[in-house]
Design a protein around this ligand. Structure first.
Ligand code: C5P
Length: 337
């Protein structure tokens, strides 16, 4: 094999319930992930030394050294399988970004999943879905879901993922901010806001002690119905107040979406991207035009969900004529079934 390319989806959290921080600093989560048909592409090829090049959306703010999540994923795979798995001293990783770099590492989880799937194929390592998932969890909380795709429940750090029963296709508008937000900063702001409110409740204000997070059963029922009108009002994100407190302009973007008839309007994950649910494809396109015109964000995109997880889309054999093209038979999910 001379090069393998994988395609990996963006995601939105339909529910993101955040418990108190644990001893390791991570928060216990209950989340519902939903993969979106907006894809980065990751190509890996044998090389004399390790390298990462990034092109496309926000490429300049992606780290190119060993800190790059795709490079860390490759290192984690070598650790898991043993150095003998490599067919050359290094790996050249090429990332073509269409998922905007919204936070320091956002979209990086997708690229890590792409690198795992692509190297698994390049080296013929033969790791199963589950084995790749175990490596993914060591790289970052969202990497396991980027492998799986579709709609899934995430527990723990968000790294324990189980596919969810979900019907239908949904039409979303994503509004990308000009600014970036760091994920740890947003979690820290969430803790501060909660501590502040708990202090007020001690002085007679409203209580806000987060209990253990729970899966929203009404949201799961809405997903089974496949009805956007049922799903929209149930979208929730505990990190939203924190993201809005750090970037108050997000409030205007969310309000503009609701004004233009979005069935649901939320900050996606730790932000700053906002996601709006349309009634159908036409409504989503109208919503995107209105949001772009309202001047509340840097750029907008219409996307559908759910989308498949990390998938090999082409593989070029050594001495072969070129790439095996993408297509239903070539595009297959990560690992052995
Ligand atoms: O796991 P990952 O490196 O993707 O997480 C990035 C950061 O997000 C962590 O360093 C932590 O600050 C925060 N985080 C958290 N609780 C989680 C997931 C992430 O506090 N469940």
């Amino acid at each position: 094999m001379t090069a393998v390319t994988a395609r990996v989806p963006a995601k939105v959290n339909l529910q993101l319930s955040v418990g108190p921080p644990g001893a390791d600093g991570y928060h216990d989560l209950v989340t519902v992930f939903h993969a979106l048909a907006l894809f980065d592409e990751v190509t890996v090829a044998p090389a004399d030394t390790d390298s990462v090049v990034v092109s496309g959306e926000g490429a300049r703010s992606v780290p190119l050294g060993p800190d790059n999540l795709a490079a860390r994923a490759v290192a984690a795979l070598v650790d898991a399988v043993g150095p003998g798995v490599r067919d050359a001293p290094g790996v050249a990783i090429e990332i073509r970004k269409r998922i905007p770099v919204a936070a320091g590492r956002a979209g990086g989880s997708a690229d890590a999943a792409g690198a795992l799937v692509a190297c698994n194929e390049l080296w013929g390592a033969g790791l199963s879905h589950q084995e790749l998932g175990e490596v993914a969890a060591k790289v970052g909380s969202d990497v396991g879901f980027a492998l799986l795709g579709g709609t899934a429940v995430g527990l723990g750090r968000g790294d324990r993922v189980t596919p969810a029963l979900a019907a239908g296709a949904y039409h979303w508008v994503l509004a990308f901010a000009a600014e970036q937000l760091s994920t740890p900063a947003v979690y820290a702001a969430c803790d501060r806001l909660r501590a502040g409110r708990a202090g007020q409740s001690d002085a007679g204000g409203e209580a806000d002690h987060p209990g253990p997070p729970q899966l929203n059963t009404a949201l799961m029922a809405a997903l089974r119905s496949g009805e956007p009108a049922e799903l929209g009002p149930l979208l929730s994100n505990d990190l939203q107040p924190a993201a809005v407190s750090l970037l108050p302009r997000l409030r205007q973007a969310l309000a503009a979406g609701r004004e233009h008839g979005a069935l649901g309007a939320i900050v996606s994950g730790s932000g700053p991207t906002c996601a709006f649910l349309g009634r159908d494809g036409t409504h989503a396109r109208d919503l995107a035009v209105s949001l772009a015109g309202a001047g509340v964000c840097r750029t907008v995109a219409t996307v559908t969900g759910p989308a498949p997880g990390a998938t090999v889309i082409s593989a070029a054999a050594a001495g072969g004529p070129g790439t095996r093209p993408a297509g239903p038979e070539a595009g297959r999910p990560a690992g052995r079934p």
